[in-house]
Design a protein around this ligand. Structure first.
Ligand SMILES: [Zn+2]
Length: 187
């Protein structure tokens, strides 16, 4: 089984990767999401179809939107990596670790769409003032809401239908991450 969005092959060795980042869990007989980029099963296919984009045909505005999307996902991925170190609850820490991997994966998806080869280096942020799991989860929720807002705002500005399809798939993933911050806040 292949993910049409990130192109990864899903098999018995990797189906449960990043499971702490999902509300519903994959089982080997029932794959409900891509364990790498998190998209739902409607984007998984038995044939080898992958959503592809010819980056040379993208206009400047779309490339700019994708460049910013790369940075947004790296920014969130790096936040989760730091948050995983700071979280006091082991469960919350595992969720942040998994979320970090997924967001970094999203940045790679956007790099592929835009034909970008150089991973941008962002300024490191100090998250010391977020000194409780509640504060980290609240910031996580805000970051995810911003990602949803970004994709919603720009999905109709991009010049390529397939870029739009990817944005729509990722909106659903980031919305589930918002839900997840509520779930973990109850622990
Ligand atoms: Zn995927």
């Amino acid at each position: 089984m292949k993910c049409k969005i990130c192109g990864m092959n899903i098999n018995e060795k990797n189906y449960d990767f990043n499971s702490f980042a999902f509300i519903n869990k994959n089982s080997i007989s029932n794959i409900v999401y891509c364990p790498f980029c998190g998209v739902s099963s409607i984007y998984l296919s038995g044939d080898d179809e992958v959503i592809e984009v010819d980056s040379k045909k993208l206009d400047i505005n779309t490339l700019r939107i994708l460049d910013h999307a790369v940075k947004l996902e790296i920014f969130n991925g790096e936040f989760y990596k730091e948050a995983a170190k700071k979280a006091k609850s082991e469960e919350v820490s595992k969720a942040f670790q998994a979320l970090s991997k997924i967001e970094i994966f999203h940045s790679k998806v956007h790099m592929g769409l835009g034909g970008f080869t150089k991973t941008p280096a962002l300024t490191k942020i100090n998250y010391d003032k977020y000194d409780s799991d509640e504060a980290l989860l609240k910031l996580a929720k805000e970051r995810e809401e911003h990602a949803v807002y970004y994709y919603e705002r720009y999905k109709n500005e991009v010049c390529d239908e397939n870029v739009k399809r990817v944005f729509e798939a990722l909106i659903e993933v980031e919305k589930e991450h918002i839900e997840l911050t509520y779930e973990y806040n109850l622990i």
